[in-house]
Design a protein around this ligand. Structure first.
Ligand code: URA
Ligand code: SF4
Length: 220
């Protein structure tokens, strides 16, 4: 598994990056998925949100956060007073990883492996360099571990303003990038469990998003 690096072109143009990502064979996940789901949103976004990987709906639509988790995210953004239109949304891993229940057509989400996260990370680094956000929100453990390593625990670092480790992209950028980083829960974690737990988890997600919004240099 060579990783995505050799597929990343030396450009910071998002549409050129997205087209190149369509051809990525940096790990085996492209084989069973329908298509690459690259990030989407504004090039001049002040805030970038990073999820885990596309789900079933995103895999078919080719866009991030358009399924059930996306609806939870939309509600949380709205409650936090953040306009989704102003953001850049992406995932740590760009292809849907799933298994099939025996005798069923239903595709069941599987968490990407460390190797797959690392393989796909050059796309994420390049998106960060292209968008240069003031603030990055890591939605859940996969996004957080992809950037901060396997030992990172969202529960331990929630509420802190973090800083990214140094990284390289195919294009050398003039200024080292140092956005404020906030780690929070994944919106899909709010689709499970008892209602009281979901309500308090939702409030926590909204508070983290609001905090992230307050760290933007211009309105998110
Ligand atoms: N979950 C994610 O992490 N990302 C998506 O795009 C959809 C669901
Ligand atoms: Fe490339 Fe990432 Fe897809 Fe793997 S998951 S093939 S590294 S785009």
């Amino acid at each position: 598994m060579a990783g995505a690096q050799e597929y990343v072109p030396p450009t910071l143009k998002l549409d050129a990056l997205a087209s190149a990502a369509d051809e990525c064979r940096g790990c085996d996940l492209y084989r069973d998925a329908t298509q690459t789901v690259f990030g989407a949103g504004r090039r001049d976004a002040r805030m970038m949100l990073i999820g885990e990987q596309p789900g079933d709906r995103e895999d078919r639509a080719g866009l991030p956060f358009v399924g059930p988790a996306g609806r939870v995210l939309d509600k949380a953004l709205e409650a936090a007073g953040i306009d989704r239109e102003g953001l850049y949304l992406t995932n740590a891993v760009k292809h849907f990883k799933f298994s099939r229940a025996e005798g069923s057509k239903r595709r069941i989400h599987k968490t990407p492996s460390r190797t797959e996260m690392v393989a796909c990370r050059p796309w994420l680094f390049t998106e960060l360099a292209a968008v240069e956000p003031d603030v990055v929100v890591l939605l859940g453990a996969v996004a957080a571990k992809s950037l901060f390593g396997s030992d990172f625990r969202v529960t331990r670092h929630r509420g802190e303003v973090l800083h990214l480790p140094a990284f390289n992209t195919a294009v050398a950028t003039l200024d080292p990038l140092d956005p404020a980083v906030v780690a929070t829960v994944h919106p899909s974690s709010l689709l499970r469990g008892p209602k009281e737990d979901r309500d308090s988890a939702f409030a926590g997600l909204v508070a983290d998003l609001r905090r992230a919004g307050s760290l933007c240099k211009a309105p998110a």
